[in-house]
Design a protein around this ligand. Structure first.
Ligand code: URA
Length: 429
């Protein structure tokens, strides 16, 4: 029989820097999921974990306990291998949208259980819900059938998957305990391991617009997650990628869907294409299909076919006109020269304040709201040219969005040397 502990005993142990035993971890995660440990007790424990950390054994046990809190999915009946991608969250990060159909078109099934945006980072489900008719919820049976027929599913995780994480994530979000590496790693990996993917590629974002602001912490998070995945028998690789500048040229739900469709049509911003292909290569490698060249498949139009099927299978109309915001406001370049910095956090906050994101769980998002930038760092700009266009249905939102862009970009005199930050910073396997 499982040992019964006491919440205060577990909190005090971690507060005083002790290692938690396997049985303390199993008990506290289970008791929290079942309402025996109260929110305020788990909040205190989360803060103690943030301040004092956890060792590998504790993180591994915590992850297992979160997996055990719910169901595990099984894709072993599928006729093709599975691979999934998870991003730790960024601004303009629409990569899942072109990536899932691309990898499906390469012959590997992609079961993407995605989330909604919170704060300044966007969520894949919010983006796809701007496609008229598209539904985020699927039963496990419908998901399996779509994976077999189309090869790609992007949907909401059902309530049965890692319920401990659902509760704990919402609590962390309002108690200043999101940024703890043991809690981020176990949150992400419990969901991915429970989901049952055969291989996994992690896109760990680094920079102002990411949870991890510096490379050292991002590496530690990536190593922790790769170890958790590998120990659970999931082939796991992490790419560390730059999030000091937002990805592509758009942040906002329908705006990002439009940009993703451009990528699937063979165009789109170079950085979005580069990252989509880099992640696709890793996913194919993890699934044992390194023989397929995703660039050739993208150019062939087969990824676009897979996108159309994937959207239609979930009730969406891929040919429908996407929503457009009622109002726009243009920010012009204040001087001529070269754009040397466009800050991801400033753009993410602006998009959020324009209505692309929600202030709290359950709020509605605006499909058409967001930011379009007309130059990327390294591009020449001329005084008075449009630099950013803000989109929203509610013009009262412009003022606060403009405030978040204050100091969010730099223009240096023409000829100033400019060294671009590489998009791909490291790879951990
Ligand atoms: N994404 C998650 O799913 N969990 C975290 O803790 C952070 C990002």
């Amino acid at each position: 029989m499982a040992t019964v502990h006491d919440a205060v005993e577990v909190i005090i142990a971690k507060r005083d820097g002790a290692e938690l035993s396997d049985s303390q971890i199993d008990w506290v995660v289970d008791a929290y999921t079942n309402g025996v440990v109260a929110d305020e007790q788990m909040a205190a424990l989360a803060m103690a974990i943030l301040l004092n950390g956890m060792n590998r054994r504790e993180i591994s046990r915590w992850t297992k306990a979160m997996i055990a809190s719910g169901e595990r999915m099984d894709f072993s009946s599928l006729s093709r291998p599975t691979s999934d991608k998870h991003s730790t969250g960024g601004v303009g990060d629409k990569i899942t949208l072109p990536l899932a159909p691309l990898v499906a078109a390469c012959g590997v099934a992609v079961p993407q259980l995605s989330g909604r945006g919170l704060g300044h980072t966007g969520g894949t489900l919010d983006k796809l819900e701007s496609v008229p008719g598209w539904q985020a919820s699927l039963s496990n049976e419908a998901m399996l059938a779509q994976l077999e027929d189309v090869g790609a599913v992007i949907c909401a995780a059902g309530a049965g998957l890692a319920p401990a994480d659902k509760k704990l994530y919402a609590l962390r979000d309002v108690t200043g305990t999101v940024e703890a590496i043991p809690l981020i790693a176990s949150s992400i990996m419990s969901k991915k391991i429970a989901e049952g993917t055969g291989s996994l590629v992690l896109d760990v974002k680094v920079g102002t617009g990411a949870f991890m602001k510096d490379l050292a912490r991002a590496r530690e998070l990536a190593r922790t997650m790769v170890a958790l995945g590998t120990d659970a028998g999931v082939h796991t690789v992490a790419l560390l990628t730059d999030m000091s500048t937002p990805l592509g040229l758009t942040a906002g739900n329908a705006l990002e869907v439009r940009e993703s469709v451009e990528v699937l049509a063979g165009g789109g911003p170079a950085d979005v294409v580069e990252l989509t292909l880099a992640l696709a290569r890793e996913m194919l490698g993890g699934a044992g299909r390194s023989d397929v060249d995703p660039a050739a498949v993208l150019a062939s139009g087969k990824a676009m076919d897979a996108w159309n099927q994937m959207i239609s299978a979930q009730g969406g109309d891929p040919s429908a006109t996407l929503p457009v915001a009622r109002e726009t406001h243009v920010v012009n370049a204040p001087s001529s020269g070269v754009l040397t910095r466009l800050d991801a956090m400033a753009v993410g906050l602006a998009a959020w304040r324009l209505g692309a994101g929600r202030a709290k769980l359950g709020d509605d998002v605006q499909a058409g709201a967001g930011v379009v930038w007309h130059a990327r760092p390294g591009d020449p700009v001329t005084e008075g040219q449009p630099l950013l266009t803000l989109h929203t249905d509610e013009p009262a939102r412009f003022e606060r969005a403009l405030a978040s862009l204050d100091g969010g970009y730099d223009i240096a005199p023409a000829g100033t040397p400019f060294a671009a930050t590489p998009l791909l910073l490291d790879r951990i396997s």
